[in-house]
Design a binder for this molecule. Structure first.
Ligand code: M6R
Length: 617
């Protein structure tokens, strides 16, 4: 939530900041603003409610003086509505200091009260927690005359999660940042340096990056970067090279980032598998450095939110079947508040595209405190969750910009499946031949998925017919169940249509009462092949709801004639075994939700009320 960018370099701050904000806008799009110090040492700010384009248009109409030092912010509102006043930056020290913030300062009311007691004439121009921080850092600057010190003295008083960037008119050429539980990454340039919520903020200018650790302060100038802890002690930092190139985060010729990202799903899976399967043997070298053996783990807990959690549900089915170890899947935000039973023999696997989801981060930190082993599956280099984990298996889906997660989901499932096969090998629960066979099926998926994506136009037409639909249900069983949940989530978040995903077997225990004449129901039909196939049971479920008037939209294996008599529409997918079908069945549902939203004239990439990276609890 909220995107942050900082820059010190040559005389082009406005362009760098707006470019960075454009790439970070997925993090929040309620309002945006910048602050720039011009060559004469004057501080200029401009901030506007609405999407970034409103700010850009405003700056086009009324330019501000450019400069070599600046900060920029794109907001997802927490304290105070999305209006011009609440937009960042906020000012301190009589307008000489500007500050931007990502996160929530939980004790802001207390700080505000203290501020009013000590400075009763203080005027607040917004309802935000951020303005309080700007004002007290400003007062501290008046005492210290040093921006880094002023920020350092204040962060100790702040509770909650924050990344703060601050600049001051009297220190042109300096931006100082601080972070606790919210992300901040440095971009290293030549004669210029950058700060960003993630590497997307500056990847068009440099591929060299440094992640800032918990409770650290960074000061950038055009030629220098200094990182300390909150006590001012120098800390060591790790530089890394950004694997994404800037064009990967561009829309190209696509109508939306989401359309582009769905089209990239085969590649996202292929790149996630690349170099990790050799002659049918799965090797995850990221796990070599663990200081314990996976053979000593006796239980796994998977933590994630939203779409990421659904990938974890599929992982449970696969890991339990292949590695014969109990796996629980839990939404991160529920986990640490119920006193869960975990210990050093529990492996807690967090899954997160952004690597910044606060609920998941806090759950990982809790698991570590309780002595559990931690592994993360993540798509974003330098993010906080992998840094807090014992090891990370990166998915290589490339930057995912659309708020609705698509290619990251299939890449997460692929990474989990690799892990499951690796664990089966460590535990000796599958033979080498079985592992090689399953790894081969995994490697076949990108090609199979290409054929599913060829049905985009037909699915778009279906979505167009259903533009006035008020509710849609999604059914699946076993590995089809998480797909049903994901289909429903996509439709809710994109098309604002009431949607529910159910385990097909659960229907008769209550939800079947929702079925009335004409009710559209997507059904993920398992393959009819295999002795344990749930196909007959799902076909029976289809008959039960069809008898009550439901319109059946079936996703079924190519050539499965048994559903034809009962389905109004069949979307065929290639032949794949049970655990691999979800990776083929989910794309039609993603496309359906996207095209229905587009047909309703909605913003597919930036649905209302949402942000891509949920960095508040
Ligand atoms: O970055 P993360 O994978 O941790 O994000 C988790 C969820 O917030 C995310 O998957 C969310 O549910 C998406 N908007 C779904 O499309």
């Amino acid at each position: 939530m909220c995107g942050i960018v900082g820059y010190v370099g040559t005389n082009k701050s406005v362009e760098v900041l707006l470019g960075g904000l454009r790439r970070l806008e997925y993090r929040g799009y309620d309002s945006a603003g910048i602050a720039v110090i011009d060559p004469a040492g004057e501080l200029h700010t401009r901030k506007r409610a609405g999407k970034l384009q409103v700010l850009v248009d405003d700056l086009d109409a009324r330019a501000i003086a450019n400069g070599s030092t600046g900060i920029g912010h794109t907001r997802w509102a927490t304290h105070g509505g999305p209006n011009d006043q609440n937009a960042h930056p906020h000012l301190g020290d009589d307008g000489k200091l500007a500050l931007i913030h990502n996160g929530i300062i939980e004790n802001f009311a207390e700080l505000k009260r203290e501020l009013l007691e000590s400075h009763p004439d203080t005027v607040f121009t917004s309802e935000t927690d951020t303005e309080v921080a700007a004002l007290i850092v400003g007062l501290e600057y008046q005492k210290t005359g040093n921006l880094q010190l002023a920020l350092r003295n204040i962060v100790a008083r702040l509770h909650g999660a924050f990344t703060l960037l601050v600049l001051h008119r009297d220190e042109p050429g300096v931006v100082v940042g601080a972070r606790r539980n919210s992300p901040l990454v440095i971009g290293l340039g030549h004669g210029e340096n950058f700060l960003g919520s993630d590497v997307a903020a500056f990847v068009e200018h440099t591929r060299r990056a440094v992640a800032i650790g918990q409770d650290q302060i960074v000061t950038i100038t055009a030629d220098d970067v200094v990182v300390t802890d909150f006590d001012g002690n120098a800390v060591e930092t790790d530089e890394f090279e950004i694997a994404w190139d800037a064009s990967a985060a561009e829309k190209g010729g696509w109508s939306s980032f989401m359309a582009k990202e769905i089209s990239e799903e085969p590649e996202a899976i292929a790149k996630t598998l690349l170099g990790r399967i050799h002659d049918g043997v799965v090797h995850l070298e990221e796990l070599d450095a663990l200081d314990y053996s996976l053979a000593d783990i006796d239980r796994i807990v998977i933590l994630g939110c939203g779409t990421a959690a659904y990938s974890g549900m599929l992982a449970k089915y696969a890991i339990e079947k292949w590695a014969r170890i109990p796996v629980d899947v839990e939404m991160s935000h529920e986990f640490r508040y119920r006193d869960p039973i975990i210990d050093a023999r529990t492996l807690v696997i967090s899954v997160s595209q952004s690597g910044e989801t606060m609920d998941t981060l806090r759950a990982v930190q809790y698991a570590k405190e309780e002595g559990a082993r931690t592994l993360s599956i993540c798509n974003t280099q330098g993010a906080t969750i992998p840094r807090e984990s014992d090891a990370v298996v990166y998915t290589h889906a490339g930057p995912e910009v659309a708020v609705a997660s698509t290619k990251a989901f299939v890449a997460q499932v692929a990474a989990f499946y690799l892990f499951g096969l690796h664990l089966a090998s460590v535990r000796g629960t599958l033979s080498a031949a079985e592992i090689a066979g399953l790894a081969g099926e995994l490697q076949a998926l990108p090609g199979q998925l290409e054929t599913v994506l060829e049905q985009h136009e037909a699915i778009k037409q279906l979505a167009g017919w259903m533009v006035d639909t008020r509710a849609v249900l999604f059914l699946g069983r076993h590995a089809g169940f998480p797909v049903a949940l994901e289909g429903a989530l996509k439709l809710k978040e994109l098309a604002y249509i009431h949607a529910e995903g159910f385990a097909a077997g659960e229907l008769k225990h209550g939800p079947i009462a929702l079925i009335e004449k004409g009710q559209p129901v997507f059904v993920v039909v398992p393959s009819p092949r295999g002795k344990d196939s749930l196909h007959p049971k799902v076909v029976s479920n289809i008959q039960e709801i069809r008898a009550r008037g439901a319109r059946i939209l079936a996703i079924a294996e190519q050539g499965d004639a048994s559903v034809l008599p009962y389905a109004d529409v069949v979307i065929p997918i290639p032949l794949a075994s049970t655990l691999f079908e979800p990776l083929l069945a989910v794309a039609p549902l993603q496309i359906f939700a996207m095209e229905l939203a587009a047909a309703k004239g909605l913003d597919v990439d930036q649905p209302r009320n949402l942000a891509k990276s949920v960095t508040v609890e």
